[in-house]
Structures are given as structure tokens and as C-alpha cells.
Design a protein around this ligand. Sequence first.
Ligand code: 8IG
Length: 273
Amino acid sequence: MNNVLNEPSSDPFEVASQAAAQLLAKAGVDGIDVALTLGSGWAKAADLFGETLATIDASEIVGFSKPVVEGHLPTLRVVRLESGKLALILGARTHYYEGHGVRRVVHGVRTAAAAGAKIMILTNGSGGIKEHWANGTAVLISDHINLTADSPIEGANFIDLTDLYSPRLRSLVKQTDASIEEGVYVQLRGPHYETPAEVQMCKAIGGHLVGMSTALEAIAARERGMEVLGLSLMTNLAAGIQKTPLNHEEVLAAGVAAEPRLSALLSKVVNQL
Ligand code: 8IG
């Protein structure tokens, strides 16, 4: 919890504006148009988007300090898309299960909004509940169910979440890949995977994918008025749907195998924004 965001007097939006000012100064740009968080299986996409203008060590920016995953140096990257628009790539997702608080989880999204981004693209890796989906299937997130029992919204601010995952951006993705699957993403706290009974519960309440990110970030993006696009890579069938135990190495391998295909899709989408 030793982060400025969690000090009692801290205003998370003030910290996000400071972070945005630091980031824009370091990158030498006036503002950005779109931001992306690239989750498991999606990271290579950034190399196809356009020209990288700046790669900034996230620990130099307020609120992002002190990375938690060892051997992994999170960066914030500013890219000029082929379309001419500027994209911020947040390579520093903090997961809710890390226990640093929800402010830290959504700080990247709030920083992107403060830097001018009007579109937030959230990508992730997930477990699938539809048994006919194959590992490596890309799924457009149509809606979410937030089972973290937490919210990034503080105080009595009753944010509308109808059409949280932008119909306009979803149809843009479908124009790019007419065969893409669509589904409801269920965010659980993790970091353990679900029990088979929990997966059946997620299915019964209307879920198609289970994962440990995205929903809280999407809510924070909507609070700032951003248009949200969510894309998930189903790397494995969820526990009990898949008959064998879940194995983190297999999950990572499915991500690596799907990477070229996902990168091409995402790159086409961002350049049409
Ligand atoms: I990748 O099966 C990936 N992330 N909760 N369950 C949850 N998160 C995941 C899973 C999964 N696969």
C-alpha cells in the first residue's frame, strides 16, 4: 500500500493529472487520443501500430511507482498510429488481486483520460465457459459482471453502465473481423482460478468468460467519459469445463501462439479509430 494513491489525503484524479503532465512532458506531445492496456496474448500488437515516439519507465511517473511483478519492467509507450492519432500503451496493469487497492488498479486509465484519451481499449486473457470455444479464440466483450465486490467509484456517484462496452467500437471490430465471437466477461478477484462450481455459477448468471481484470478499469474509464472497447483472448476453458487441471504454462503458451493473429486484428482496429 505504500503508494501516494493510498495516502489518506490523496485525490486520485489529482494524482492522475500529475501523472499525465509528467508523461506528456517526457514523451514531448501535447495529448493523446486513445489508450490501450495490453493483457496476456496482446502485448506484441503494439509493435505493429505505428512509430514509437517514447518509451517511459512507468516507475518514473507518479502513482505507477514500485512495480510488483519481479523481472518485469512496466513501461508507458506513446505511439503515432498510421492514422496519425497518438496512442498510449499502458504496459503496467496492476491487478486487483495484488492487494494495492482499486485506485492503483485504475490509475493507468485515469492517467490516460487526464492525458486526453477519449477511447480506452482494454485487453486481457481469460478462461472460457462456452465449451465449443477453442483455446486462442478472440472474444469481443459485450458486457461484464463485476464479482470483485469493489468499485473504483468513490462517494455517491451513480455512474450509468448501460452500453459500457461501446456499440460503435464493437461494430468497428465486427467490420474488421466478421467472425469474431462476443461474450460477457466475469471479473473475479483471483489470483486463484475458479472452482468448477464457481464456473457453473458464472455460467448460470450469464457469463461467457472468467478473468481477473478489466471490469474495474472499464468502470473507471466510463466515469471519465471515455468510450470503452474490451477484447479478450480465451487461452483456456475454465475449470470443470476443461476436464484437465488449469496450468499457467499452458495458458501462457496459448497466448504466445495467438499473438500474431490478435496483433494483426488489434492493429487494424486502432488504425480505423
Ligand atoms: I489467461 O480460467 C486466464 N485468466 N479467473 N480464470 C480466471 N482468470 C483467467 C483464466 C481462468 N484464464
